[in-house]
Write a protein that binds this ligand. Structure first.
Ligand code: FAD
Ligand code: 2HG
Ligand code: ZN
Length: 463
């Protein structure tokens, strides 16, 4: 530890000056929820959790950490699933969690441009509430909406259920404000959709997982809000049929907004932990949840598209009312917490080309059975992105065999080891295998240029 790193009281003093004394949490009890991740798999100790409420305060916090040689761990809602939002268990430096959740303002919506500027700590749910009645919606949605923040969603380039329609977080970003590792602020929020003046920093920061800058504000693109929705839950023979059916519905109904897959074992687990009623009298191998939006009630056209699929459909239920839609959605959205209720899972968020999704789903179960015969595997995901969430319960968290088998298979089938959750600390060993040496060297060069002292989220992405 260098001389600069030893002076903890001086660092805490500067953090208190920057954010205000009550916003520097040093008591273990107050730090605890910021030090363990959502899955309980990742944890570490911070010397403090700092909660600045303004960009200037974030800049002062980062500058203080840099001068003290302390690591900055940016944190939003702490719903990330790859361990990047909490301190590292083993760290070479002191760690300071910088929580952005007090930065919660939403500026007035620009109705002509269809854009809005928000602070990084605004939750997705709060943004959605703010947009109600405006004629606009936000193009990314995910189950953790009430906690996940816009800053965290940018940092992870979150995907969610509508990515095939509107793109992931990166596609919604028109401008950002962010604090760099030296405490300087980059700010470009004028709302210019067309702006070809060099490197596009919003795109660079999307998916950077807190390793290049702390995002403090963003200018976001909005999409038209269509007021009516219908959901169908369709029982099918397996993932191949789900892919084919989702493709059919997409071609017939351009307003398809979600196409989600889960299996009978996952449904049973959700009913066990979250309650609710079985949607069908019989059990079926797999289920496709499809949601369509429209100016008018789209229930009839959704029903027509499903009927047209003939033998692909074993059974189906439809809902056009809010309560009915929510009942069907929860069967898919409650998978994550139901798996968590059983133990600490190996969470493997892979994608393969969508035409290979069925083959991957079959092969991955077989592969896991060979590597860890006693493991329980739950698969669910976003069909039209080829994105499957492989959750494996049983092998101890540090046992890498299952991870290697699943991630290796994804790469072998032309896929990716992370579709939407990021690399975090969970998958650092896989970055090079997935992206290749040249890509990783280019990324490393960017990191070294923007953060020469390596204070921003060390251990994430590169290990
Ligand atoms: P955090 O968990 O706090 O942080 C995530 C990463 O971003 C960390 O590396 C952190 O250092 C960095 N970070 C956070 N804020 C900032 C900032 N302001 N500046 C720079 N870096 C920052 N993800 C999906 O993509 N699709 C889904 O469908 C989805 N569903 C989910 C459902 C559930 C029930 C849960 C628990 C999680 C789900 N996730 C999903 C994962 C998670 O919600 C997303 O990764 C989300 O984007 C994280 O946002 P957050 O604010 O919680 O970020
Ligand atoms: C989802 O799609 C989320 O539900 C979480 O991305 C995935 O629990 C998971 O592995
Ligand atoms: Zn997902």
């Amino acid at each position: 530890m260098s001389a600069a790193e030893t002076d903890l009281p001086a660092l805490l003093g500067r953090l208190r000056t920057a954010a205000g004394p009550p916003q520097v949490l040093t008591d273990a009890d107050l730090r605890a929820s910021h030090e363990t991740d959502w899955t309980r798999r990742w944890h570490g100790e911070a010397v403090a959790v700092v909660r600045p409420a303004a960009t200037e305060a974030v800049a002062a916090v980062v500058a203080a950490c840099r001068e003290a040689g302390a690591a900055v761990i940016p944190q939003g809602g702490n719903t990330g699933l790859v361990g990047g939002s909490v301190p590292r268990a083993v760290a070479a430096r002191r760690q300071v969690v910088v929580s952005l959740t007090r930065m919660g303002d939403v500026e007035p919506i620009d109705p002509v441009a269809g854009e809005v500027t928000v602070a990084a700590g605004v939750t997705l749910g709060a943004l959605q509430a703010q947009l109600r009645g405006s004629g606009y919606a936000f193009g990314v949605d995910l189950g953790a909406r009430d906690s996940a923040t816009i800053g965290g969603m940018i940092a992870t380039n979150a995907g969610g259920t509508q990515a095939f329609r509107h793109g992931p977080m990166r596609a919604q970003l028109i401008g950002v404000e962010a604090v760099l590792a030296d405490g300087s602020v980059v700010r470009r929020l004028p709302g210019l959709l067309k702006d070809n003046t060099g490197y596009h920093l919003p795109s660079l920061l999307a998916g950077s997982e807190g390793t290049l800058a702390v995002v403090t504000r963003a200018r976001l693109r909005l999409v038209p809000h269509l007021p009516r929705r219908a959901v169908a839950l369709v029982a099918v023979d397996g993932p191949d049929e789900a892919v084919e059916l989702a493709g059919n519905v997409r071609r017939q109904l351009p307003n398809l907004l979600a196409a989600e897959l889960f299996f009978e074992d996952g449904l049973t687990l959700v009913l066990h932990h979250a309650g609710g009623q079985r949607p069908f009298a019989d059990a079926h191998p797999a289920y496709l949840l499809a949601e369509v939006e429209g100016r008018e009630d789209p229930t009839a056209e959704l029903a027509g598209a499903i009927e047209a699929a003939g033998p692909l459909v074993r059974d189906a239920v439809l809902a056009g009312d809010d309560a009915g839609r929510a009942r069907l959605w929860r069967l898919r959205e409650r998978h994550t917490e139901s798996v968590n209720a059983e133990g600490i899972p190996h969470k493997l968020d892979v994608a393969v080309p969508v035409r290979r999704l069925g083959a991957f789903a079959r092969a991955v179960r077989q592969t896991i059975a060979e590597v860890a015969p006693a493991a329980r595997t739950f698969l669910y995901g976003h069909v039209l992105d080829g994105n499957l969430h492989v959750n494996v319960l049983g092998p101890p968290p540090d046992d890498d065999d299952v991870d290697a088998a699943v991630l290796g298979l994804a790469i072998e089938m032309g896929g990716t080891v992370s579709a939407e959750h990021g690399i975090g600390v969970a998958k650092v060993g896989w970055l090079k295998a997935n992206r290749g040496a040249a890509d990783v060297a280019a990324m490393r060069a960017i990191k070294d240029a923007l953060d020469p002292d390596g204070i921003l989220n060390p251990g994430v992405l590169f290990g």
